[in-house]
Design a binder for this molecule. Sequence first.
Ligand code: BGC
Length: 576
Amino acid sequence: MDNKDINIEDRIDSLLAMMTLDEKIGQMTQVRHFEEIPEDAISSGAIGSIIHTEGPLPGSDAASWQATFTSLQKKALSSRLGIPLLFGVDAVHGQNTYNGATIFPHNIGLGATRNTQLVEKAAEITAVESKATGFNWVFSPCVAIPYNEKWGRVYEAFSESTALTEEMSRASVKGHQGRRLDQNSIMATAKHFIGDGATDNGVEGGDCSLSPQEVKERLLPPYQAAVDEGVGAVMASFNSMARLPMHANKYWITDVLKESMGFNGIVVSDWKGYSRFGENEIINAGIDMVMAVDGDFEMYREGLKAGVENGQVSLARIDNAVRRILRQKLRLGLFENPFPDAGLIAKIGIQKHRNVARQAVRESMVLLKNQDKILPLDKNLGKIVVVGEHADNAGLQSGGWSIHWQGSTENYTGSTTILEGIKRLAKGEVIYDIDATGDHEDADVAIIVIGETPYAELFGDIGGEIDAYQLTLSEEHQRYISTYVEKGIKVVVLLISGRPLVTTDQIDRSDAFVAAWLPGSEGHGIAEVLFGAYHFKGKLPHSWPKSVEDYQGKYGPNFWDSSYAPLFPFGYGLEY
Ligand code: BGC
């Protein structure tokens, strides 16, 4: 502990000595900015944090977002002890809840770049744009290690590799928070602790049946990296571990994370964690702050208060939770600087930020096949046909958690599409044949953009033991490819997806095949690589299965069994 830390602990001691039980529980409470709570809840000290995710926006533009949070903050400062609020947001690939922010490739694409400096820079920009919209806390990075691609959140994580995830997590926390958590930082959150991506059959919130030893070796290292980097918060996961819900899992949260690993920040519950996972048991397990959302507010604060009064929860546990929360508020300098900086608004979505996102798009693209060196494409080709609804739709190319929780199917402010990028660089004719019904026998090449439609969380689960069908392309998208192959036209396929899909036949049939993941707002980056202005750099962050059965092999009971032979191994990626 240096002098700064000692001073912080002293200030916490004096605040704790003045606080009532209600005020302490207040610090442990997080609600939405539009939640139905009593009029005086904030000014009476009954709320410690505000969250924004899906739902009514805090305002129409960044200035009004800031104004909303400033007025809520003023209420908190008017409370008896004047403790400021933390404002948290799901900014998981840029400030993606704000229409007009820079949206980066999802983490799976960043994992493909292997570029830690770039990941750090992306997190720094996300921090600036999130602060510009009024926040001091982001619920990112997701440091999960997906072991089953049927899971709907594979793209939120960097890789199936522990070592790569560890490096990327460190870079991301550093980018968000800076060298240490202070007034220049935004607080980051490593999530979801632990086992979220390793549930049986890839079910969101399912059971993870790995042994404690496997969890320690495979899943814990990125958390240790985040903790060593000073991550301010860790979010508990919806899944259970050997059937015990993680929210109520004292062994992992308190004994391992807090005590053995030395995490001294906030463990926050996930959505409605209190009512879903055992009420006061989650506090005893070590949850410090509860997302008391969607009607949970009253039952949570009354339930916890009763639990303390009847001895179910000790005051020492409450004091420890409040200490952790106040510690981060003090480190962030919120007592001195509680309000958002209006000067940052001008930085949202600026070209400098977009250029970094565009670099990330270019470096995330993985070239899986390049028959007869058809790529890079010649800019002077006479006629290029671009096919597929994903080609000209920034929403579809961005995936879930883009403008809306479940993503969008429309263009959004400041975004550029893949087609726009192609049109900008190609010197010849560019035709858009959205559904491959056009009559373009004379085309020199068809660029076919296909893939998944946006989803988030459980909505992206394929689930179940055998139902792996949707890990293949839709019949419509398969038809786009075969239509052009059958015309005898050279076919370049761009796959937009949040995970590897079973595309063995389509790869066979096409001349070039590129995994572009979920690139985000800067569609121009794609064409820059296709036309050779930049080289392919991306390397697979997941091994790529060759058949639907492979998913069972890869992720069956022995999913680290070396008998699994993928179509392309982890780390694969061709270059020009
Ligand atoms: C998700 C978290 C997210 C939280 C707040 C939950 O449903 O699992 O990743 O941070 O909602 O929006």
